[in-house]
Design a protein around this ligand. Structure first.
Ligand code: ADP
Ligand code: MG
Ligand code: MG
Ligand code: MG
Ligand code: MG
Length: 656
């Protein structure tokens, strides 16, 4: 969750008063960083993953599984190696929103060597073990996007009752005791988001209507918490009502951060990865169950957007603007609203709401309009968490205020400027992926994204489509079984320029952007990943990149297994986690075809996932067989041979 600063949180009333102060100093801090480090060049490729694990406890006798609230207990031990030997530890651990979550990253970022791809999965496995060793009997570390009965009565161990009339979230379902207790930031954010919004956060997730689902489906919410009948009106027909930051931020995701050589490369990468965010979201879909009900969506994304949506009624457009500055179309958790490289400008086809004062200040200080727009857009938000000790800072030595706003814009990509006085370069973070149940799958996804990044940079590929189409794709990606049934806007021709040596930023525009003909069309995920007669397919690009790289046989074999998973999942021959979970639920003998995922069903599902993640049980509908590799020709749709190098040529060979 980005920056975690210790200190005493201010009340919402006090925090509110500092909104403009934080904005002004945040901008000062960014300007300082920019001017100091804008010419920083030749940082080497570094990258690393982040995995958020949950901890669960099985009650085998009663067939019940609960989330164990132990992060506060085990994190000090997990973090000890970092404290005693920060330069040489295998993993780093951080708290996350809920006390049943722990976030692990590799001890050091990986670098440019191909052999590093052979270390990702092993490190993930090691982290899982490190967590596992600190747990008790019948307790397990699991990696999955959303605990299926999160928010149900007694969903944690120990159990806690909700107190909607007094708690930070005012939730009917998610008690404050489930929030990570050792750091005030999480509870403060929860309270302040609600206070700023002037109501509880809310989403009505579409319910999956099965044969015996009572119609209309309307929940009796009066059984929850201490709220009595007051909350009856919050139920909406045929939907699953959620009302707490924890029901979104308590989900787990897989993120990858890259260090680029320079700020320009970071901006290029940010833009190029943006059109991939919905594609990867669909490929990783793993959240079909919410608060004990089957949903009609497969992903966590929209839930998270809603669960931290701090916009006031005016900002949401429900009331005419009177006290607020803007009508803001999206939550501060959302897909990115604009590309940030100068050459991408023509693809920013939606209005980007921005703070005009911030924009002027940035441009007056030498920051170009595209980057200034990005920052001024982030800075339409107020701070929602402020610590007493961290208000008056030296803007040349600190970036807390900038990070305060940057790291609470939870977007599908994040542009991460270098921290002051560090040897870290300009970075971008790829944030949409849902977390998978096995280390193999998570490593495969990370490897796929890193290789794609490498290929994009090596060949100076251009994947840009209008940002409005990326938004549209983001919605398609979350639909039930999107991998098999939805189509996504994707660029028809990815080539940009002749020589990869030429700095890309200057020539991208000239060579390709003048084409008035539609540059993108609707494609299935299968076509995007595996290619067709008309489109090269991302895997072929990766294979080509790999064929020009010296990779030892062992690493190559690992990579091929990973790419095989991506290929088969895109082709629909292997299931997404979400499809598999649905399948387990709907075929369970205790399932009554009424959309309810009972304790018993959740128990069996998670027990199965535990066994699969520890390798005790196979899962051939989700995972490729051990010695099933991706053949060097990775076209699942067609055997037609496409010229291996065609996509890097100047001419657009892949005409629709
Ligand atoms: P946040 O929560 O702010 O996104 P984390 O520190 O949890 O950040 O994770 C950052 C990831 O970036 C880790 O996987 C880490 O290995 C990796 N990383 C660390 N330093 C660098 C760097 N200089 N360049 C790229 N990645 C890095
Ligand atoms: Mg996190
Ligand atoms: Mg992190
Ligand atoms: Mg999270
Ligand atoms: Mg992160």
């Amino acid at each position: 969750m980005g920056l975690l600063t210790e200190g005493h949180p201010l009340s919402w009333e006090e925090t509110k008063k500092y909104a403009q102060f934080i904005r002004e100093h945040g901008i000062e801090q960014f300007i300082h960083t920019y001017n100091k480090l804008k010419d920083r060049r030749n940082d080497c490729l570094k990258w690393g993953d982040e995995v958020e694990y949950i901890m669960v406890r099985f009650d085998h006798e009663n067939k019940k599984v609960q989330l164990v609230l132990k992060a506060h207990d085990i994190l000090p031990t997990l973090m000890e190696p970092e404290h005693t030997n920060p330069d040489d530890c295998s993993s780093l651990w951080r708290p996350e929103y809920a006390d049943y979550m722990i976030e692990g990253t590799p001890g050091q970022p990986y670098g440019h060597l191909p052999v590093h791809f052979n270390m990702v999965e092993a490190n993930m496995r090691l982290r899982r073990q490190q967590g596992q060793e600190l747990l008790g009997k019948d307790e397990y570390v699991l990696s999955t996007s959303n605990f299926p009965r999160n928010g149900c009565i007694d969903f944690t161990y120990p159990t806690h009752k909700t107190t909607p009339s007094t708690s930070a979230s005012a939730s009917l379902f998610f008690p404050d005791e489930v929030i990570y207790p050792e750091h005030p930031r999480f509870k403060t954010l929860t309270r302040n988001i609600r206070m700023r919004r002037q109501s509880k956060v809310a989403i009505h997730v579409p319910l999956f209507i099965d044969e015996k689902t009572p119609r209309p489906f309307v929940e009796d919410l009066s059984i929850y918490g201490d709220a009595g009948d007051a909350y009856k009106s919050e139920a909406v027909e045929d939907s699953i009502y959620l009302d707490a930051m924890g029901l979104g931020m308590g989900c787990c995701c897989l993120q990858v951060t890259f260090q680029a050589q320079s700020i320009d490369e970071a901006r290029f990468l940010y833009d190029q990865l943006t059109p991939l965010t919905p594609i990867v979201l669909a490929l990783t879909a793993a959240s079909p169950i919410w608060r004990g009900y089957l949903a009609d969506v497969d992903c966590r994304w929209n839930v998270l957007c809603a669960m931290v949506d701090d916009r006031t009624p005016e900002e949401r457009g429900l009331e005419p603007l009177k006290n607020e500055r803007f009508h803001i179309p999206k939550s501060r958790y959302s897909s990115v609203d604009c590309y940030i490289s100068p050459d991408s400008a023509m693809y920013n086809d939606t209005e980007v709401i921005q703070d005009a004062d911030c924009f002027h200040k940035l441009t007056e200080n030498g920051i170009d309009p595209m980057l200034a727009q990005h920052v001024a857009h982030l800075f339409i938000r107020d701070t929602v968490s402020l610590f007493k000790e961290k208000i008056h800072l030296d803007d040349t030595q600190d970036t807390d205020h900038f990070e305060n706003i940057n790291s609470t814009n939870w977007q599908s990509m994040r542009f991460k400027p270098p921290p002051v006085n560090s040897n870290i370069g300009w970075r971008v973070e790829f944030r949409p992926s849902e977390l998978q149940m096995t280390d193999f799958e998570n490593a495969a996804l990370v490897t796929f994204i890193v290789l794609l990044t490498r290929a994009i940079m090596t060949y100076n590929l251009n994947l840009l489509i209008p940002i409005s189409n990326v938004d549209e794709n983001m919605q398609s990606a979350q639909k039930r079984d999107a991998v098999r049934h939805e189509k996504f806007h994707f660029r028809k021709c990815l080539s940009t320029m002749k020589t990869p040596e030429t700095p890309c930023m200057a020539s991208v525009q000239k060579s390709f952007f003048q084409d008035n003909e539609c540059e993108h069309r609707l494609m299935t995920i299968n076509e995007i990943i595996n290619g067709s007669n008309e489109f090269v397919g991302l895997l072929r690009i990766i294979q080509d990149y790999l064929s020009n790289l010296e990779v030892d046989a062992d690493t190559r074999c690992t990579i091929n297994q990973y790419l095989n998973l991506i290929s088969k999942r895109a082709a629909g021959t292997l299931m997404t986690n979400a499809a598999w979970m649905r399948n387990i639920v709907t075929r369970h003998p205790a399932y009554k075809h009424d959309s309810v995922v009972s304790d018993e069903i959740a128990y069996d599902l998670l027990w199965k996932m535990t066994k699969i993640s520890t390798g005790e049980e196979e899962c051939p509908t989700v995972l490729p067989l051990e010695n099933d590799f991706l053949s060097s020709k990775c076209c699942a749709l067609t055997d037609e041979k496409i010229d291996e190098n065609s996509f890097i040529q100047d001419e657009c060979v892949l005409i629709d």
